[in-house]
Design a protein around this ligand. Structure first.
Ligand SMILES: [Ca+2]
Length: 375
């Protein structure tokens, strides 16, 4: 028996070694008349909801439903599990959600992450920051708890962006509480702004509004699964899952109402109208772009590198229902072209991130991490 175990251990070591040293799987695609190489970085991550880069080519990935935080060596594909991650509600849309490495990580060591907390009868989305001691999370600090807790573990939104000392958080409307998005006294269906240490800025738009949550930056959102900064302009962009046929791309400006559920380009899933069935109303913002039929967007990244020159300044969004990588060309904050990449692969593209190497990394459910690079 002992001999058998030893043989198994040898086989395992051999397999791990041979997998990590073999030639990476790849294929080519074409965009704007240029061939690009798509290469597998690693696999066996079930739902790679969030990804961000540590120094030295190490990629942090959240595996949503099982609540794992993994660090991937992007050169070898080897994965290591981070310890000390809080327990999560892995049902519905819940789990370990977005992850963000502080832009000044080398000096401060902070890692930000969001997750769903509670149980299947009462839960919400929480944002923490922590540091890494080897492969363990330490100095955990809770920065934000979306209120109120609610029963269904659905529509947490949960994307995070850091900019100039502020942390932006996108929070979903928690389904059955649709009207919550139009009410300022809760955090649901909102983009929120806090300082990166959790304090609330005094110049947020609703700090002096009676009964409003002071963290509210914008409202009237449904289920945001994408939040990204355009590094060329400093603008904050959001995308959200609409109902059937109403996925939206929005340019986020403080204090504005983005309309859900009063205006929408979508229908309820039983094909009935949402509310009065209107698409515009005074005092409510129009999306910059919307998808009909819905693509079910997830993850979002402005590509800012010169490594793939024809993509510079373009916006990339994962698509989970109409499975592909969505590429938008913007001009003066309007979409002038849409391209759907990787359509033949039928991948639910969950996360998109530009690497420090200028390659575009995507995480797909079921569950590979891949990178797109010059051929
Ligand atoms: Ca809207």
């Amino acid at each position: 028996m002992k001999t058998l175990k030893t043989i198994h251990a040898f086989i395992l070591v051999f397999l791990v070694t041979s997998c990590s040293t073999k030639q990476k799987e790849f294929f080519t695609i074409e965009s704007e008349g240029t061939k690009l190489k798509v290469e597998t970085v690693t696999d066996s991550i079930t739902i790679p909801f969030g990804m961000d880069f540590l120094p030295n080519g190490r990629l942090l990935v959240t595996d949503r439903a099982i609540g794992h935080m993994v660090v991937v060596n992007t050169a070898t594909g080897e994965k290591e599990l981070i310890q000390g991650v809080p327990p999560v509600v892995g049902q519905g849309d819940g789990g370990l959600l977005d992850i963000l490495v502080h832009p000044d990580y080398k000096n401060n060591g902070w890692i930000y992450f969001s997750y769903s907390e509670g149980d299947t009868t009462s839960n919400t989305m929480v944002v923490e920051r922590a540091k890494l001691d080897g492969l363990k999370l330490v100095q955990r600090e809770r920065l934000f708890t979306a209120l109120p807790y609610f029963k269904k573990p659905l529509h947490h939104g949960s994307r995070l962006v850091l900019k100039d000392g502020y942390l932006f958080i996108a929070m979903g409307e928690k389904t059955d509480l649709q009207d919550s998005a139009q009410t300022l006294g809760n955090h649901l269906g909102k983009v929120l702004r806090i300082f990166e240490d959790g304090r609330v800025p005094r110049d947020n738009p609703f700090v002096d509004t009676p009964d409003a949550k002071p963290e509210v930056w914008t409202y009237g959102h449904r289920n945001p699964n994408g939040l990204a900064l355009n590094p060329a302009t400093g603008d904050l962009w959001e995308h959200e899952h609409g109902p059937m046929g109403g996925d939206e791309l929005n340019l986020i400006k403080p204090g504005l109402n983005y309309g859900w559920p009063v205006i929408t380009y979508g229908l309820n899933y039983d094909s009935t109208k949402v509310g009065e069935g209107i698409t515009e109303k005074e005092g409510m913002e129009q999306p910059v772009y919307y998808y009909k039929p819905s693509i079910a967007p997830s993850g979002m990244q402005f590509y800012s590198s010169d490594v793939i020159p024809m993509w510079k300044g373009n916006l990339f969004i994962g698509a989970m229902a109409l499975k592909h990588l969505n590429r938008l060309v913007l001009e003066n904050n309007k979409v002038i072209k849409e391209e759907r990449l990787l359509t033949d692969k039928k991948w639910r593209v969950r996360s998109v991130k530009q690497g420090p190497d200028g390659f575009l990394y995507i995480g797909v459910d079921g569950g590979k991490i891949l990178r797109i690079r010059p051929n």
